[in-house]
Design a protein around this ligand. Structure first.
Ligand code: NAP
Length: 314
């Protein structure tokens, strides 16, 4: 059986890896691999014992997820999806929020979701969300349409967690979704201490983003961040350190390093893995259950990124 974690104070026992229905890959639909392939990825995850799938009304993958589920399977799963809170540049009305939720339920072929998030909230919109959107979600929770209420950050632009730093001070959110990876450890101090102390569940995103799929890509990405964005040059020392780890045979790929790094971070909760490839998914499921990365590597690696909050790996 796959290793499990509990999401904060919820009673949700999630597998350590959750299948991400969004990100760059959107189950492969982002690369035009089609819905049949997306359903195969979902099936492969479920058949391998993954019990947690994340989507959003904005991703266009809810339907493929709903179609992939077999009779009787729903009750064993944690389904998480998200509300796009704006419509034509303004906040959605209560009726529009309800219509969004009903649409997600219909596409997912279920009558409730386990976690319903407000998706990619900008820090400047946070108060509006609390005043105008949260009460509708609370009502829908009373009606049994959702079990837990969540909020997610837009990590590619909010790399220092401005939205979630506000959110975790409040007691409204059962689960939050934050970026944490080999390139940005800032959630450890800025979020995880509080989410762990308060029992707020965490779904970890960006564990492997575009820059983390290969060492060559990572090298190019870091060089651009140093040259163009003024990021401290010391981050470039990550490349020889990672190469040394891979050459030592203790890890087989950069994606393995990246997933193992997140999986053993106490506050990172469930690590979402985005892919449109059954083969990658199976590899990621195996990798994420491997032991923590070697201590001597972490001791040399982590200081390179200490205090750096500008990187997402996007
Ligand atoms: N604000 C938000 O709410 C928010 C934002 C971002 C993400 N999310 C959630 O978090 C999930 C995960 O996000 P993510 O950033 O990890 O997804 P992503 O953007 O899809 O990134 C994963 C990338 O890594 C590649 N990959 C995965 N496994 C690999 C392997 N073993 N070898 C080589 N390449 C591999 C994938 O390509 P292949 O398809 O070729 O495998 C894909 O390009 C999303 O699906 C979504 O559910 C939420």
């Amino acid at each position: 059986m796959m290793q499990q974690k509990i999401l904060g104070k919820t009673d949700l026992h999630t597998t350590v890896l959750g299948l991400g229905g969004g990100g760059f890959s959107r189950l492969g639909t982002g690369q035009n691999k089609g819905d049949a392939n997306a359903q195969q990825v979902v099936r492969a995850a479920l058949d391998a014992g993954v019990n947690h799938i994340d989507s959003a009304e904005a991703y266009g993958t809810e339907e493929a997820i709903g179609n992939a589920l077999r009779d009787g399977e729903r009750s064993r799963l944690i389904l998480s999806t998200k509300l796009s809170y704006q419509s034509v540049g303004r906040l959605k009305t209560p009726a529009e929020v309800r219509a969004s939720m009903e649409g997600s339920l219909r596409r997912l072929q279920t009558d409730y979701v386990d976690i319903y998030h407000v998706h990619g909230v900008k820090a400047g919109d946070y108060t509006l969300i609390v005043e105008h959107i949260l009460p509708i979600l609370q009502r829908m929770r009373e009606e049994g349409k959702l079990r837990f209420i969540g909020i997610t950050e837009s990590f590619s632009t909010d790399t220092d967690h401005q939205t979630l730093r506000l959110a975790i001070q409040d007691d409204y959110w059962d689960v939050v979704m934050a970026g944490f990876n080999l390139l940005n450890l800032s959630a450890r101090d800025m979020l995880f201490q509080t989410t762990l102390a308060k029992g707020i569940g965490m779904q970890c995103i960006f564990a492997v983003r575009q820059a983390l799929v290969s060492l060559d890509r990572l090298q190019g990405y870091l060089q651009r961040q140093v040259d163009g964005q003024g990021v401290d040059r010391r981050v470039l020392q990550a490349i020889p350190l990672l190469r040394e780890l891979l050459d030592s045979g203790q890890c087989d790929s950069l994606t393995e390093v990246a997933y193992r790094f997140c999986a053993h971070e106490p506050g990172a909760g469930c690590v979402l893995s985005g892919t449109g490839s059954v083969e990658h998914l199976r590899q990621n499921i195996a990798d994420i259950q491997k032991p923590p990365l070697p201590d001597d590597f972490l001791k040399r690696y982590e200081p390179l990124f200490a205090g750096i909050t500008a990187l997402s790996g996007q």
